[in-house]
Design a protein around this ligand. Sequence first.
Ligand code: ADP
Length: 360
Amino acid sequence: MTNQPTREAILAALSKVQEPELHRDLVTLNMIRNLTVEGGNVKFNIVLTTPACPLRSQIEKEARQAVLAIAGVQNVEIKMTSEVPNDGRMRGLVETTIKNAIAVGSGKGGVGKSTVAVNIAVALAQSGAQVGLMDADIYGPNIPTMMGIDRLPPPSRNNKIPPAKAYGVEVISMGLLVRPGQPLIWRGPMLNSAIRQFLSDVEWSDLDYLIVDLPPGTGDAALSLAQALPLTGAIIVTLPQLVSLEDASRGLNMFRQLEVPLLGVIENMSYLELPDGTRMDIFGSGGGLQLATGAQVPFLGQIPIDPNVRIGGDSGKPVVVAYPDSPVAKALRGIAERLAAQISVTALQGGTHIPIQIVD
Ligand code: ADP
């Protein structure tokens, strides 16, 4: 007579399998769902914390091996799905269907903050997540150009503002709400209410991630916008050279003071790859990693210089779409995956799955 494996034995085996990024086991993380055992046939779902999980096949393999090692198990069927956790910061502040809002900041302008915001948003959407992109850079709202959008769809009947949509990403921009060429003069309280409107009056889907492109620097506009938003966390984009790092470091400190968790540092324009494969450091090297290490913030990666990034930005076709196999697109996708993992870690540490309430 063969041994019939029990549910308990299977869960015990799966509780030895770690989620490599979150450093906890699959059972504790409530990632095992719909477990059924029929004779020697075992079926279950593994619910990842992000569809952009680069370790998906490793987790599946380890879970399968752990269960197959149990006496009596003949066949293991695993379905991999995902459910992005909610860190609960949105709760109580505004009525919204957004799970996680992530600000992209920089110490100064021109470092590629908007470019990174756009490509990360598109990369996350390509992985299967529901993604929104909010252009809150009031000094240079160039997200519409970078996403190839020139207007919003007509307003819906319930007075909600429908976001524009491109490359699977829902987009709203201060730049789409004013006529082209009209100067944008926003002051603190106005900014605050505009942002709240962007959160509550825009008809977002149930977003896993809302990427927010903040104004550069640590001036009034960046500060009041970062305060107006219930942020899951923030990332800082910097160039590799030392002078940039001082600015970036001020950016990090601004979020620290606002008690916004720092999800990571990204170094842009890190090097130029020459035709013979060697790398040329145009703006110095290693600064981003140095900044991240010094501030004890995760380093999410380096992005090389590639003229196609600028061409993609100017033509409204982000490089992760236009040249998905280029080294720069791969670097951007890797950064999006590491960011998604950090968001999961932060959200799970917050540990809340409490439904959003409206307090206004
Ligand atoms: P910011 O939002 O920080 O002001 P942008 O994202 O607008 O910066 O980028 C500034 C300029 O640099 C844009 O023309 C953009 O296309 C270009 N750029 C950004 N990152 C790269 C890169 N890795 N390689 C080449 N050009 C880049």
